[in-house]
Design a protein around this ligand. Sequence first.
Ligand SMILES: [Fe+2]
Ligand SMILES: [Fe+2]
Length: 446
Amino acid sequence: MITTTTTAARARDLAVRVAGANHSRRLYGVRGRAWARTLEALHAALNTHFEEEGHREVTVGLLGEGLAVLGVPIHDPPSSVVRFMSKLVERDVEIIVIRPGVTSAELETLLSYLGADSADVAAVKADIWLRERGVEHISVKHLRLMTKEGSESFRDVYFRGKRVLQREFSRAGHGGSVSPAAVGDLAKSLMEVILEAETPVATLLALKDRDDFSLVHSVNVATLAGSQAGALGLPEPDVQAIVSAALTHDIGKTKVPEAILTKGAPLTDKERDLLAHHTVDGARILLETPGNDALASIVALRHHDDFVPGSPGLCAVELCKLADAFDVIRSLRPFDDAASMRGAVAYMVRKLRARFNPYLLQRFGALVNIAPPATLVALSSGEIAEVVEPHLELSLHPIVRVTETRRGRWPVGQTIDLSVDMNVLAVPAIPTAMRDLDPSEIDDLG
Ligand SMILES: [Fe+2]
Ligand SMILES: [Fe+2]
């Protein structure tokens, strides 16, 4: 997985500035000049970031034992950052999302929430606290489920997931089978947090790290497949079966030579053939596992197949394929903002469409809100248009207004409901950072 130095350096800089402002507020009080200066510096750094990168948000969140900014883990954090993390833990805040337009006053309010006496803010949800004080450009996520005593936060499940899968992957590599009970338990916990937390997909995905690609990838694919299944309204046992199958979809990679899995350069044809075998190996491992659900073997076997028009297809396979490609794009071009998330789906629509069930691809687009109002989209009939109203289910068929018509058939200014003319698709552009991605790179990791 690639993280550019610029992103890593910027993430570290922002982490140090946020933590520094937090620290100096405590140390010098809100009347001190030092505090005003650190706050202004943080505000300026955020604005520079929004302007230069065009990001729609900056996330600061807990990641396992550490802190991640812009989705990038901060290694060897300085002591101010460590203190800042313990403040977040104390307040039960897992992710802070800062958006363009944020003011110094809003940042000050956020830091005063983090710095307040526990007694003053106990039992007040940070989001409500901030909202009541007029903060509009910062939101705070508590992923812990408030409703159930003793239930796990998404973060806990995520990292437990990685550990459980590590054990199952090595069991499969050595003994050739997995423990259906362990995978089933994990799938159940994951499904519960996905369905009950009512957390947007973007927030679930803000958690990521760069180690152990196969494990992190498997948990991500399971989370995304579960979110899609939940959004489709499937019954819980089905959602759980899908999450479970997604967790082991790449288990066959335990039989692929390590050198191929970790090769930085494009694979040779021979290496690609060996890698492609992970589907068959995975299916065999799962079939040989006593008591395992056959669905898991089918998902492992078919998750790299193209979609066959007219075939009945299998929902679990199709949802995993979408989740798989999305997670790989995200690993190749690490991002954490909603615009890039939409861009990754635009990439899938434009470059990988033949692989996916067309209806589920549109639903996946709806899940990440692929084209909100005012998005510019290219119509397959040749026009450029602006989205007037998204379609909540068929996300590539919104209501649009034509803005440029040179190669199209509708005049500028015409409003068209594309859910009536189902032959025309509206697709946003692929972000610049993803334009050089080759579909074969996605196969090599998926
Ligand atoms: Fe995969
Ligand atoms: Fe795979």
